[in-house]
Write a protein that binds this ligand. Structure first.
Ligand SMILES: NC(=O)c1ccc[n+]([C@@H]2O[C@H](COP(=O)([O-])OP(=O)(O)OC[C@H]3O[C@@H](n4cnc5c(N)ncnc54)[C@H](O)[C@@H]3O)[C@@H](O)[C@H]2O)c1
Length: 216
């Protein structure tokens, strides 16, 4: 009983601590905030070949991280790797179709063996079919759920164990504001109903990970 009371007490202290930290981060200008040391940290980004993934890659490289770049389009991540290496950084590129769990596991094992433990996993890749639900084919559903939802589980299964072993690591889930709110206009104009559903799941996946933390 006493253990339980103590546990609840420390839980509340932690809740207050995290709220104060969040509040200070919200109020203070970004330039004044303390930055995590990313030098030589291994950062794996899925869908690194374009858009947000590419931008994140460049930002992490500027901070001295070792980049592990996954994309279905090998040429795009090869170019990025060459660019980072040309600037004196370290990067590795891999062709991974996130709809293929066997390939995810194969390349993850290769990464763990050849490069080492991943410190930060960024599940960034995402696809939108841009179709209304009645026009969506089985193939569309499999591909979009494969990339937007299922791949998150498979990558975490590969990299979380070593993070837990060392009690250190970050998993970043890129969801979308589309998963937070419904909008008839967006569905009508952009036709992103299945995408919205998947991003809701991605949001919950982030929550499940936070809860999993308490299993340790
Ligand atoms: N662009 C936006 O307006 C926006 C808004 C909210 C959220 N997001 C989310 O941000 C993330 C990045 O979006 P973006 O706009 O940069 O996308 P993007 O289309 O520019 O890039 C996605 C990358 O994922 C790769 N990819 C696609 N299918 C893949 C697969 N099967 N296996 C491996 N890689 C695959 C693509 O080759 C591409 O390099 C996504 O999760 C997206 O849902 C984007």
């Amino acid at each position: 009983m006493f253990d339980l009371i103590l546990e609840i007490f420390f839980l509340f202290l932690n809740v207050i601590r995290f709220n104060l930290i969040s509040l200070s981060k919200y109020i203070l200008p970004y330039s004044l905030l303390p930055k995590k040391d990313l030098h030589k940290k291994r950062v794996l980004i899925t869908g690194a070949g374009s858009g947000l993934g590419k931008l994140l890659t460049q930002k992490f490289a500027d901070r001295g991280a070792i980049l592990i770049l996954w994309d279905v389009n090998l040429r795009s991540v090869d170019e990025l790797k060459d660019q980072i290496r040309g600037n004196g950084g370290e990067a590795h590129s891999y062709e991974v179709n996130l709809c293929d769990p066997k390939r995810i596991s194969e390349v993850a094992q290769m990464v763990l063996r050849d490069i080492g433990k991943v410190n930060i996993l960024v599940n960034n890749a995402g696809v939108a079919t841009a179709k209304l639900i009645l026009d969506t084919t089985e193939q569309d559903i499999n591909t979009s759920f494969g990339v937007n939802v299922k791949a998150h589980f498979y990558t975490v299964q590969q990299f979380l164990p070593s993070m837990l072993n060392e009690d250190d690591g970050h998993i970043v889930t890129i969801a979308s504001v589309a998963g937070k709110m419904g909008s008839a206009g967006l569905v009508r104009i952009l036709k992103i109903l299945p995408y919205k559903a998947q991003k809701v799941v991605a949001e919950f996946f982030g929550l499940i990970q936070s809860l999993d933390r308490f299993h340790k």
